[in-house]
Design a protein around this ligand. Structure first.
Ligand code: ARG
Length: 480
């Protein structure tokens, strides 16, 4: 009969329901790979520091590698009588190699073990999220590149505001998602310190080398304080926020795609491959993916709330509450990555109906600001121009004639400063072209935005590649 790692001080056996209630195996088994890596780095260090004899360490390493092979081909048997993945691996090791297996845990505790495993797990997830964001950005950039002069209405309050280009609209999301990558990479750097060797909470009496294990696991350096190390979950909260913010951006994008594919907007048609039908209404083509992404935002935001509340008021150092940190953030990272990956495909295959967008833009006196700007060029103060155009807009609404279609005599009734050059000023395409201010919607400006976005994309890709190579290099070394 297997006993808990800590059974020595207990007279009575734990009740089955206690085991069932306290077990985290169903969740933390996802960290099995990292647990083995952490143990390999740890025993290598114990050997180098002459804390464990070489032959014991060699057999521990052999046993751990066998276990890893089974984990990777799916044959490693989890024993649900053992409360977590750390215990499962340690028990299995001892079963394979005998008492030497019991030496693995020298100078460490599950408190620092779980902290290091989770950092390694989330470090990879952060990089995977960045790669997924880069995929979506690439899809958005392509639409932007192809549509520097595709005119569409820009909205505020969901009302026609000013004409913009489709490029400008797509680039708005590009920069939002670029910040998301920035945030993930920033959080990555902060979490990239190694808590292993902090032991239960106070460090250890063995002459361990924490710099050595930190380096072997691809961390920048060891964490500075053992009590902070086993209690810190800032890195989890930060990633939960990064995931939530990314998902919020996705949900806005998806909301627009849902609206744009409605009959009322009809700005886009999504590809058949990424839409679904109705079981009763034969004509339906539903934007279910976009709706699901929007819907999944609830749980991703919920995970952030869970983490914030979970960590509120926790005293130092390790408290079992912390075991509840994994499921929410593992789930939210997986969700955001899947959403990003599928949305990259949805965007890449969506057809944008340019004629419809242009036609709709001409409605709603969307060029009213431009008529006011025109009057300003004729030396009328903007406030006064605003009032003059207000009257013209009222006339346009009543007569159903767009501002740019009104005859000059009509326009002159609002201001005698209006000349025939107004017709070069207020057509919707001209409105967009003339917004050349830095960051504006003119093609000359979206060109600059494109280069900036691509520059950032490449920088991010470099960081992702370097960090991935560094981590993979560590795994290779440890498994040599
Ligand atoms: N399974 C625990 C967790 O995920 C780690 C074990 C530490 N347990 C303990 N009683 N100190 O947080």
């Amino acid at each position: 009969m297997k006993q808990a790692l800590w059974s020595g001080r207990f007279k009575d056996k734990m009740d089955d329901s206690t085991l069932d209630f306290t077990s985290s195996l169903d969740v933390d088994s996802r960290m099995a790979f990292y647990d083995v890596m952490g143990s390999l780095a740890h025993v290598n260090m114990l050997k180098a520091c002459s804390i464990l004899p070489a032959d014991d360490v060699d057999s521990i390493i052999k046993g751990l590698k066998d276990i890893l092979r089974e984990i990777e081909d799916g044959t490693f048997e989890l024993d649900f009588k053992l409360e977590d993945i750390h215990t499962n691996i340690e028990f299995s090791l001892t079963e394979r190699i005998g008492p030497a297996g019991g030496k693995l845990h020298t100078g460490r505790s599950r408190n620092d073990q779980v902290a290091v495993d989770f950092r390694m797990y989330l470090r990879d997830k952060a990089l995977a999220a960045c790669t997924a964001i880069e995929g979506l950005i690439t899809s958005l950039l392509k639409i932007a590149e192809e549509n520097p002069d595709t005119i569409m209405p820009g909205f505020t309050h969901m009302q026609h505001a000013q004409p913009v280009t489709l490029a400008q609209h797509m680039l708005a999301y590009v920069f939002k998602f670029t910040r998301d990558t920035d945030r993930f990479l920033d959080a990555f750097q902060r979490m990239n310190k190694c808590p292993l060797g902090s032991a239960a909470l106070a460090g250890t009496t063995y002459p361990i080398d924490r710099f050595m294990t930190a380096q072997a696991l691809g961390f920048k350096e060891p964490t500075e304080n053992s009590m902070d190390s086993v209690s810190d979950r800032d890195f989890v909260n930060e990633l939960a926020f990064c995931a939530a913010q990314t998902q919020l951006h996705l949900s806005s994008l998806c909301e627009e795609l849902v609206l744009w594919s409605s009959q009322e907007f009809a700005f886009i048609e999504m590809d058949d491959k990424y839409t679904t039908g109705s079981s009763i209404m034969p004509q339906k083509k539903n934007p279910d993916i976009a709706e699901l992404v929007r819907g999944k935002t609830g749980s991703v935001v919920g995970s952030l709330m869970t983490m914030i509340v979970l960590t509120k008021g926790l005293p130092l150092t390790y408290n079992r509450d912390l075991q509840e940190d994994k499921r929410p953030v593992m789930d939210s990272m997986d969700t955001v990555i899947r959403c990003l990956q599928i949305m990259a495909k949805v965007i890449a295959t969506t057809t944008f109906k340019k004629d419809r967008m242009l036609e709709v833009t001409s409605r709603g006196q969307i060029n009213a600001t431009d008529l006011a700007d025109y009057l300003v060029t004729k030396d009328i103060p903007f406030r006064e121009a605003h009032a003059i155009v207000g009257a013209a807009v009222r006339e346009s609404i009543e007569s159903g004639v767009n501002l740019e279609d009104m005859p000059l005599e009509k326009l002159k009734t609002f201001s005698d400063r209006i000349e025939s050059d107004v017709y070069d000023f207020i057509p919707v395409s001209r409105c967009a072209e003339r917004r050349e201010s830095y960051g504006g919607t003119a093609p000359s400006s979206t060109d600059i935005q494109m280069s900036k976005a691509i520059e950032q994309l490449m920088l991010h890709e470099d960081v992702i590649r370097q960090e991935t190579q560094l981590i993979e290099g560590c795994w290779k070394d440890l498994l040599e």
